[in-house]
Design a protein. Structure first.
Length: 493
């Protein structure tokens, strides 16, 4: 007889209730990590959509693909040697996520068609009171959670600019992130607003099937060559023999993935302002665009006057080809107002169209619902206020106990200023108890994370959308120098 058979334990474990909002890539990763590493956890994951996938469920516009190699865009614990192409379409990526969830038995934790209405921290019980609503029946229920994980993603809360006259336009207005599955674009006159990644893909896909496509953007953008295919081809489709070879030989597949990752990592020095690597990268991109664009007027409108890497660049050879077709046009302009039959640009041009496509990005930072922490403070206001970083390890927010965000807002965490490998190395060995820290400037207490990795370098009016608006107005330097200089944030998450 063991002593534990007659002496009751003083500690009786109970399941820890963990509630997650979001079943995209981050929600799936979290579910895998919890089930693989923890016991006695009551895991519940909710999503307002009818199925999992997040961004890759919502984004299904024409031409939507991954713009980095598929074999580098997957879970490390769920490698897929059977990707159909170098840049797979959105539907294939979504199916990959579905297959991963089913293979690892993660769907049992997920509830769909359920949106989060609010989340309030209760100091007395030390729990989160979270209200959910069924989007079909509008029935609401409350769940009390020990841990609350905010995994809603950054690329699903799409942003449509407010333009006078939007209620007058008689045609269709759509955002690339909310594309109607049955919308017919054949022989239509289409205007695409914006020239980011979605626009580059969408414009190229629309051009062959519409009667006219006009891409309107306020500024230029860097279009870079395709460096991941051996012959520089825009796309590469894998044969059955190639896929089978990778599937049957894990060492060969590993070496293949390492080769792609090395190409990705080799590009990072080109993002550092003022370096020879950046000069070479800018020169390479400029030469590529000049070789692809025969029309000097179009080249002048598209070619940026700032260094490559200052804004997100996109591999988009087909986009440059599409803009030079007879039924396509690029306008370096902004929009003054919409009319019943089209729009009027700021330069006064009146353009008639059937469909207006907003490829205008997302609102990545503001919470989708009220999150109220300790002492009644709002997460929305906490992320809006000025001052030093108020998050811990880019995952927790001061004043919001047991609340985790996969990318908590703050001065320095979006995104990590180095490579993924650098992040892993930096966080693997940190023992804060070994340090006796004294801050020369309390407002830059986390500057050491960026020293030697970042540079002060964004042109004031060229901030990419990933930089929070408040930080654009009141930037903090990650490296030594004046705190008035803006933060250069580069890296791949």
């Amino acid at each position: 007889m063991d002593l534990t058979d007659i002496v009751p334990s003083a500690f009786i474990p109970k399941p820890l209730t963990v509630v997650v909002v979001g079943t995209g890539v981050s929600g799936i990763q979290f579910a895998h990590d919890v089930t693989a590493s923890l016991k006695d956890v009551d895991l519940q994951i909710f999503d307002r959509n009818p199925c999992l996938g997040g961004t890759w469920y919502l984004n299904n516009y024409p031409g939507c693909t991954c713009d980095v190699p598929s074999h580098t865009y997957q879970f490390s614990w769920a490698p897929n040697p059977l990707w159909s192409s170098l840049y797979p379409p959105a539907r294939e990526i979504h199916q990959y996520l579905e297959d991963v969830v089913d293979k690892h038995n993660l769907r049992r934790f997920m509830t769909f068609n359920t949106e989060c209405v609010s989340a309030n921290w209760d100091e007395k019980s030390s729990k989160w009171e979270i209200v959910f609503r069924n989007v079909q029946s509008t029935f609401e229920r409350t769940i009390w959670a020990d841990i609350f994980v905010y995994a809603v993603g950054r690329l699903n809360n799409y942003k449509v600019p407010r333009i006078p006259g939007q209620d007058k336009f008689q045609g269709k207005q759509v955002h690339t992130a909310n594309w109607p599955s049955r919308m017919n674009v054949k022989k239509k006159r289409v205007i695409v607003i914006g020239n980011g990644a979605s626009s580059v893909q969408c414009t190229a896909a629309l051009q062959p099937v519409v009667s006219k496509v006009i891409n309107i953007a306020r500024g230029p953008t860097w279009i870079v060559p395709h460096v991941f295919s051996d012959d520089g081809a825009v796309q590469r489709h894998y044969s059955s023999e190639q896929k089978n070879a990778l599937q049957l030989s894990p060492p060969k597949y590993y070496d293949f993935r390492i080769g792609l990752e090395k190409k990705l990592a080799a590009g990072f020095p080109g993002l550092w302002k003022g370096t020879r690597s950046q000069a070479r990268f800018t020169s390479l991109s400029e030469s590529f665009m000049k070789s692809k664009i025969a029309d000097q007027k179009l080249l002048d409108a598209l070619l940026p006057d700032f260094e490559a890497g200052c804004r997100r660049f996109t591999p988009g050879g087909p986009y440059l080809d599409a803009l030079q077709q007879p039924n396509a046009e690029y306008l370096r302009d902004s929009i003054s107002e919409l009319t019943s039959e089209g729009l009027i640009t700021s330069s006064g041009r009146n353009i008639e169209c059937d469909i207006i496509v907003y490829a205008t990005g997302f609102e990545p930072y503001q919470p989708r619902f009220p999150v109220i922490g300790r002492a009644g403070q709002s997460l929305s206001k906490a992320w809006d206020r000025e001052g030093p970083c108020e998050s811990y390890m880019a995952a927790m927010v001061a004043g919001f106990p047991n609340f985790f965000d996969k990318n908590a807002n703050g001065k320095i965490i979006v995104p990590w200023p180095g490579t993924v490998l650098h992040y892993y190395a930096a966080t693997e060995i940190i023992r804060w108890e070994d340090f006796d820290l004294e801050y020369e400037n309390p407002a830059e207490k986390y500057a050491s994370f960026g020293n030697g990795v970042t540079a002060d370098g964004f042109v004031p009016d060229r901030f990419p959308w990933v930089i929070p608006p408040l930080q654009q107005k009141h930037p903090i330097s990650l490296s030594s120098g004046s705190p008035e200089k803006p933060l250069l944030v580069q890296g791949r998450i």
